[in-house]
Write a protein that binds this ligand. Structure first.
Ligand code: SF4
Length: 386
C-alpha cells in the first residue's frame, strides 16, 4: 500500500482541532454576552449527540455560557407506555412471535416490559434488523411473526424495504407493529412552548441523511432559530456549536450542514421513495412527555394492510387502544424528554433508577439522556448529589 491512510475517526478527535474549536466557541459566546447565569441554550435533538457530548466530556470542556438541552431524539424514550402495552398485548396472542431490537424489550409499560412478558411465556425474540424478523417468518410459516418497528426517518427505509420484500415473496405470516415517527413535528411543538427557551439546534445527522435539509426550513423561517446538522465525532459537535453561535452573532437563522461528508441537501431519494411507497402520515401519534402530536407518526398504507399488525390483531390505532397509565409520582421522563429538566434533577436518578434497574425508558435506551448521564457522568453526578 502506498500513501497515507486517511483515518476519519482520528481526524475528528484531534485534540489540537478540538482546542481551536473550543477557543472559537468561547469567543462567540463572549460576543453574545453569554454567562453561566444567562447561557445560550442549544438543543441537541438526537440521542446519539447526547452520548457524544457526555462520552467525550464536551459539556465540561465547552464554555460555561453554553447550555446543552437534550431533545426528544431517542425513539425508544418517546414511546408512551400505551404503545408498549399494546405491543405486549400482541406478543401474548397465541401463535405470535414478537421480534424486536434489544433496547425495546426492557422499556417499562404500565405493567412490565416485553422482557417480563417473555418470562411469562410470550415468544419475544431479539433481532438486529427487520430482515432478521422476515427470515423468522420464512422459517416458521405456521407462526405469526410481528416486527416491533420503531425509529425515526433513519430506520424507516429498512422497514419499508423489508415489507416490500415480504410482499414480493408473499410471506403473509409477517406483519409490522408500526411505531415509526418523524423529527420535524415535535420540534414545532417545542418551539411553540413558551416555557422552552431554545436559541438554536444541533440537528440529527442520521435522520438528515434520509430527509435532507428542507424539512427543517420552517425552524429558520417561522421561528428564526439556527439549525446545524451535525456529525457524531467530538470535533463535529464542537464545529456545529460554533456554527450555531456564528449565526446568532450575525443575527441570522439558516439551516446549515456540518455533516456534508454524509448528508446531502436533498437527502437520499431511494430511501425516501421506499418510505413513500409503504407509509403515510398518521393524523396523530402519542409521544411520551409531549402528548398527541399531529402528523408525527407513520402508518402502513392501505395497499399493504395485510402486513399491518394493528389491523391484523385489532390493537392500537387500528383497533383497541391501551390507555397510558400515569407516570410514577417521582418519574420525570416526560420533562426530561422535552428538555425541560436535566436527568440528575429527577428524584429517581441514580437511586432507584439506574441502567440495571430502569424505571423509565430514558435509562433503558442506549440513546436515552438518563443513560448517557449515568454512563459517562454518573460518578461525578453522584458525588455532586451526595
Ligand atoms: S432517572 Fe429514570 S425515572 Fe427519572 S427521568 Fe430518567 S429514566 Fe425517567
Amino acid at each position: 500500500m502506498t500513501g497515507p491512510v486517511v483515518n476519519f475517526a482520528d481526524e475528528f478527535r484531534d485534540p489540537a482541532h478540538a482546542k481551536s474549536e473550543l477557543a472559537r466557541i468561547a469567543r462567540l459566546a463572549a460576543a453574545l454576552g453569554a454567562t453561566r447565569d444567562k447561557p445560550v441554550s442549544i438543543m441537541e435533538i438526537c440521542g446519539g449527540h447526547t452520548h457524544t457530548i457526555f462520552r467525550h466530556g464536551l459539556d465540561r470542556l465547552i464554555d460555561d455560557g453554553i447550555e446543552f438541552v437534550h431533545g426528544p431524539g431517542c425513539p425508544v424514550c418517546v414511546l408512551p407506555q400505551a404503545r408498549i402495552d399494546e405491543c405486549i398485548e400482541i406478543a401474548n396472542r397465541p401463535g405470535v412471535v414478537l421480534a424486536t431490537f434489544g433496547d425495546a424489550v426492557r422499556v417499562p409499560g404500565s405493567n412490565g416490559s416485553l422482557l417480563v412478558a417473555k418470562a411469562n411465556g410470550a415468544d419475544v425474540r431479539i433481532v438486529y434488523s427487520p430482515l432478521d424478523a422476515l427470515a423468522l417468518a420464512r422459517k416458521m410459516p405456521e407462526r405469526e411473526v410481528v416486527f416491533f418497528a420503531l425509529g425515526f426517518e433513519t430506520t424507516m427505509p429498512a422497514t419499508a424495504l423489508t415489507l416490500l420484500q415480504a410482499d414480493r415473496e408473499g410471506i403473509m405470516n409477517f406483519s409490522l407493529f408500526c411505531n415509526h415517527i418523524t423529527v420535524p413535528q415535535p420540534l414545532r411543538v417545542l418551539l411553540e412552548d413558551p416555557a422552552m427557551q431554545i436559541h438554536g439546534f444541533v440537528g440529527p445527522g442520521h435522520v438528515s441523511m434520509v430527509i435532507g435539509l428542507e424539512p427543517y426550513q420552517f425552524i429558520a423561517e417561522q421561528y428564526k432559530r439556527p439549525v446545524v446538522i451535525a456529525g457524531f465525532e467530538p470535533v463535529d459537535l464542537l464545529q456545529s456549536v460554533a456554527m450555531v453561535l456564528t449565526q446568532l452573532v450575525e443575527g441570522r437563522a439558516a439551516i446549515e450542514n456540518q455533516y456534508g461528508r454524509v448528508v446531502r441537501a436533498a437527502g437520499n431519494p431511494q430511501a425516501l421513495k421506499a418510505i413513500e411507497t409503504v407509509f403515510e402520515p398518521r393524523a396523530s401519534f402519542e409521544w411520551r412527555g409531549l402528548g398527541e402530536i399531529e402528523w408525527s407518526g407513520m402508518k402502513i398504507r392501505p395497499r399493504y394492510a395485510a402486513f399491518d399488525a394493528e389491523q391484523k390483531f385489532g390493537v392500537g390505532y387500528g383497533g383497541t387502544r391501551a390507555e397510558t397509565a400515569p407516570e410514577l409520582a417521582d418519574c420525570r421522563c416526560g420533562e426530561v424528554v422535552k428538555g425541560a429538566m436535566k436527568p440528575p434533577d429527577c428524584p429517581m436518578f441514580g437511586t432507584v433508577c439506574r441502567p440495571e434497574t430502569p424505571v423509565g425508558a430514558l435509562m433503558v435506551s442506549t440513546e436515552g439522556s438518563c443513560a448517557a448521564y449515568w454512563q459517562y457522568a454518573g460518578r461525578r453526578v453522584a458525588e455532586a448529589l451526595a
